[in-house]
Ligand binder design. Structure first.
Ligand code: CP
Ligand code: NVA
Length: 308
């Protein structure tokens, strides 16, 4: 049994194995409908329990389809309906019940510590479906999308992030270390990655370029990633932050500086990207969202020690 909490805690070899498995699985079920089960039904009889302390559309749906296609079932718990959220039950007891009734637990949480606390008491795997500090299932799936579209290993590509230094970027930074690709970040000076993240980059001898000029950051890019300027539960002066990012909007003239680049966005979007870019041929956001099903199936199999 393995947990999937942070990319930085998973070996490059295992992350690559997940991507290879996902590619084979995606190909093998080309002609199947969403709810048709894969031939092997590898997780037949298994129950995924998922809980969202923050909003979700894609993660919720893609995990549901992922476990169903593997032959299992999913149950989504509403945190406001549990004793836990009202202080009426501990994480320890909740975790014991989840372990007895379910086979894998996926949590989207507003506190990173909760993932660790659950992990301590669960006897089933836990998957991080987004936390304040990371979004590992999203980024692993995005690496899959980049390699699928660009038909090259990501280590041979220049990846650029234009946006806030948030959970999604933290996972992209971890991925750049695990998969050894060049990462350039374009953001206002005030919104650069935190010291702890910069130390993690240095400790791993990774080179990440940071520019406070978006034009400079997209030069030579094969992929442009972005995300909302204001993340869920971001306790900032929203007006001020949006104003600070005004020059970092991804528009046609910026994309013209990297004509071969694809545009990716984990969604939902805000006004950090111009509609013309979002709906252009360079944008691959819908393929990106759908690929989460395939990669999360392989993440589930990794957790169960069942990767082919
Ligand atoms: N990208 C992503 O995680 O989407 P949701 O918040 O809708 O799950
Ligand atoms: N950074 C965003 C990602 C949403 C999928 C957030 O945390 O709100």
């Amino acid at each position: 049994m393995k947990h999937f909490i942070n990319l930085k805690d998973i070996s490059s070899k295992d992350l690559r194995k997940i991507l290879i498995d996902a590619k084979k699985r995606k190909y093998a079920r080309k002609k199947l409908n969403n709810l048709e089960i894969d031939k092997e039904a590898s997780l037949k009889g298994k129950l995924l329990i998922q809980m969202f302390e923050k909003s979700s559309l894609r993660t919720r749906l893609s995990f549901y389809l992922a476990i169903r296609q593997l032959g299992g079932s999913a149950l989504t718990l509403r945190p406001d309906e549990l004793h836990l959220s009202k202080g009426g039950e501990s994480i320890e007891d909740t975790a014991k019940i989840l372990s007895n009734f379910g086979d894998v637990f996926m949590l989207r949480t507003d506190k990173d510590e909760k993932l660790e606390e659950f992990k301590k008491y669960l006897s089933i795997p836990i998957i991080n479906g987004l936390s304040p500090s990371s979004h590992p299932t999203q980024i692993l799936s995005d690496i899959f999308t980049v390699e699928e579209i660009k038909k090259k290993p990501i280590s041979k590509l220049n990846v650029t992030w234009i946006g806030d230094s948030n959970n999604v970027l933290n996972s992209l930074i971890a991925a750049s270390i695990k998969f050894a690709f060049k990462l350039t970040i374009g953001c206002p000076k005030k919104y650069q990655p935190k010291k702890s993240i910069m130390n993690y980059i240095k400790k791993n001898k990774n080179k990440i370029s940071i520019y406070n000029d978006p034009k400079r950051a997209v030069k030579k890019a094969d992929v442009i990633f972005s995300d909302k300027v204001i993340s869920m539960n971001d306790k900032v002066n929203k007006k001020k932050k949006l104003k600070d990012f005004k020059n970092f909007k991804i528009n046609k003239s910026l994309m013209k500086l990297c004509p071969k680049a694809i545009f990716l966005h984990c969604l939902p979007r805000g006004n950090e990207v111009d509609e013309k870019v979002f709906s252009s041929n360079q944008s691959k956001v819908w393929t990106q969202a759908l690929n989460r099903v395939h990669v999360q199936k392989s993440i589930l199999l990794y957790c169960f020690g069942k990767l082919r």
